[in-house]
Design a protein around this ligand. Structure first.
Ligand code: FES
Length: 172
């Protein structure tokens, strides 16, 4: 019976000639390169999905615009910020970290100011320094107002030297 060898590269003697050897080596390298490329594409897609869900989690719903009276301050300790609505209706989400050495500030309603318990720095409702040793206004988080709801991006902390009106966000 004249059965052909299933591996045509292998000669009757069982030896592989040089041309066939390099052909098989190139095929092997091609398969390895394809597998590596597939792995890289999978890793990219997987990390992109993770980033998307990470970003989604960093947007915190604070509540409806109407639930915050002008001149009020609401604490969101889970989100690490105070949501202040100034008398002109503008919103600002203030970090609760004092800009001196990072202690947690608290809102004193009777004095209408934030006080730091560590070294007595004080800040007004917009986060502006009223009393040193803090030298910079409180940092703040970007706000979006969508369909009458206030949303805070707690993943993006913005530092500043002082308060400016363009840091406020108004409902349309
Ligand atoms: S840490 Fe707030 S005044 Fe020093």
């Amino acid at each position: 019976m004249n059965r052909k060898n299933s591996l045509p590269e292998i000669e009757n003697s069982g030896k592989i000639n040089r041309r066939d050897f390099f052909g098989m080596a190139w095929k092997g390298l091609g398969i390895l390169a394809a597998l590596e490329l597939l792995g890289m594409i999978s890793a990219y897609i997987f990390s992109a999905k993770n980033k998307q869900s990470h970003v989604t989690k960093l947007i915190q719903d604070a509540g409806s615009v109407d639930s915050f009276a002008p001149g009020s301050v609401s604490a969101f300790m889970g989100g690490r910020f105070y949501l202040a609505r100034l008398q002109n209706g503008g919103f600002i989400a203030l970090s609760l970290r004092c800009t001196h050495l990072g202690c947690s500030i608290s809102w004193e309603e009777s004095k209408k100011r934030f006080i730091c318990p560590c070294h007595s720095s004080a800040f007004d409702i917009s986060g502006e320094v009223l009393n040193p040793p803090a030298a910079r206004a409180l940092s703040y988080y970007p706000i979006m107002i969508e369909n009458g709801m206030v949303k805070v991006d707690v993943g993006t902390l913005k530092e500043r030297n002082s308060f400016r009106k363009d840091q406020l966000v108004f409902a349309q």
